[in-house]
Design a protein around this ligand. Structure first.
Ligand SMILES: *Cc1c(COP(=O)(O)O)cnc(C)c1O
Length: 437
């Protein structure tokens, strides 16, 4: 399989090059040149396969000859080492829990998978690779954990001094070794700008092989297809029709789902559920793409107004609005609605949503209300554990949150925090990059 930039369909690169570069030199995102269709037999037998076989079948065509099969299998084995349970909440509504990984958010899968691929490539080219990433919270923790102690790779994470939760900060600063935490005296936008400038800087390029670790990178984006297949595997009723509601920020996760559908997974509709950063719901309604300044919400991992991966979705539907509207609905919700539904679902169904999953659930309700009844199985993705956002949960629920084992171990260990504080001036950052070892 080869990849081309969204801005230039002629320049083709391998999976290896797409992963090592992150973004094409023309600034476009990489997309696969075609989407392979899986055989009906595969779907028919899905419930009998183990999760590794499923993941292997799904991802293999996208990697091609870049990594030998045995090594892909090992990477998958390291990646899918926690459960992805599908639970029924009420009626046709189910939740797919994606927060059982080491940093309690769904980004663990993409981060771990990408770390595996990158270590393989670093060894092959016999060069060290530096991952440079700006985080507004969850990405930093998942990337730090996924890449920790991976040979041949160092990770530099820029996070805003005042913009992330104490738990998120703990996850980024306590690992050490090949993980460097830079606390920036500025906001997330400053961090992101500094990272983007570093990628384009000739002197920095001379010293480092730099790549990115957000969902722009194909190795972090594509493994998210696994969730949709693993959900399907857990449904036994037949024949079924599936609807997925995905709490969306940068639209990487939902875009992976839409790829899974193109590969043959029988998904009838997708619902992109957002907070008040509602560029996509407005775009689908009006046909005008008009991002507004970002607004801060309690579902902060989705505080994005110009989602990078939407261009991949738009391309997948050949920039055809009427085709896209047949497959994708999109709704937006306020913090108030989010808190109300968390409370309601707890009281009525004894299920605790986090603010992101709550938006996914709200999206399903809205859709079901609009189309009245459905016999479809409706699934929303629960992307993080409520403990990660405890300070924003309804007061009466905070004491009821059960602290997961992974975190108890994490919090009890007295770990040294390691970070370097820098101003938000790019030149200060650049000098730091150029002068170290
Ligand atoms: C990153 C994130 C999202 C948004 O996912 P995208 O792929 O960026 O749309 C949703 N929920 C949580 C908890 C996240 O960390």
């Amino acid at each position: 399989m080869l990849y081309h930039s969204l801005k230039n369909h002629r320049d083709l690169v391998s999976f290896e090059d797409a992963v090592l570069r992150g973004l094409a030199s023309d600034g476009g995102l990489y997309i696969p040149e075609c989407i392979p269709k899986l055989k009906p037999q595969f779907f028919h037998n899905l419930s009998r396969y183990d999760i590794y076989t499923i993941a292997m079948t799904v991802i293999k065509p996208y990697i091609g000859k870049s990594i030998p099969e045995k090594s892909i299998y090992n990477i998958i084995h390291d990646t899918l080492n926690f459960p992805f349970p599908l639970k029924r909440i009420h009626d046709h509504i189910h939740v797919l829990e994606l927060f059982h990984g080491p940093t309690l958010a769904f980004k663990d899968v993409g981060a771990e998978f990408m770390a595996g691929c990158l270590s393989f490539f670093s060894k092959k080219i016999e060069k060290n690779v530096t991952v440079l990433v700006a985080t507004s919270g969850d990405t930093g923790g998942a990337v730090a954990k996924g890449f920790h102690k991976k040979p041949g790779i160092e990770v530099i994470i820029l996070y805003p001094y005042n913009g992330i939760s104490s738990l998120q900060k703990e996850q980024i600063t306590s690992l050490g070794n090949n993980i460097l935490a830079l606390e920036i005296d500025g906001n997330f936008d400053d961090c992101q700008k500094m990272v983007k400038k570093a990628f384009l800087d000739k002197e920095v390029q001379k010293k480092y092989i730099l790549t990115s670790a957000n969902s722009i990178n194909v190795a972090r984006w594509l493994p998210q297809m696994f969730y949709y297949f693993l959900a399907y595997q857990q449904i036994i009723e037949d024949p079924i029709e599936l609807i997925f509601s995905v709490p969306s920020g940068n639209f990487g996760n939902i875009c992976a789902g839409m790829m899974a559908e193109k590969m043959g997974l029988p998904i009838k509709f997708f619902i992109a559920s957002t907070n008040v950063n509602d560029t996509i719901p407005r775009f689908l309604k009006t046909g005008k793409y008009n991002p507004l300044p970002v607004r801060k919400t309690i579902s902060n991992a989705m505080d994005i107004s110009d989602p990078s991966n939407f261009s991949r979705i738009w391309n997948l539907y050949e920039k055809n609005m009427s085709q896209l509207r047949k497959k994708l609905y999109s709704y937006q919700f306020t913090d108030e609605e989010t808190l109300d539904i968390i409370e309601m679902v707890w009281k009525k169904h004894k299920y605790m949503l986090d603010p992101h999953g709550a938006i996914g659930y709200l999206g399903l309700l809205q859709y079901l209300q609009e189309v009245k009844k459905t016999s479809s199985i409706a699934i929303f993705l629960e992307t993080a554990h409520p403990i990660k956002f405890i300070d924003d949960m309804p007061l009466f629920l905070r004491k009821k949150i059960i602290v997961p084992k992974e975190l108890e171990i994490f919090l009890s260990a007295k770990r040294k925090k390691q970070k370097i504080s820098l101003s938000n001036d790019f030149n200060v950052f650049k000098n730091w990059l150029l002068e170290r070892k």
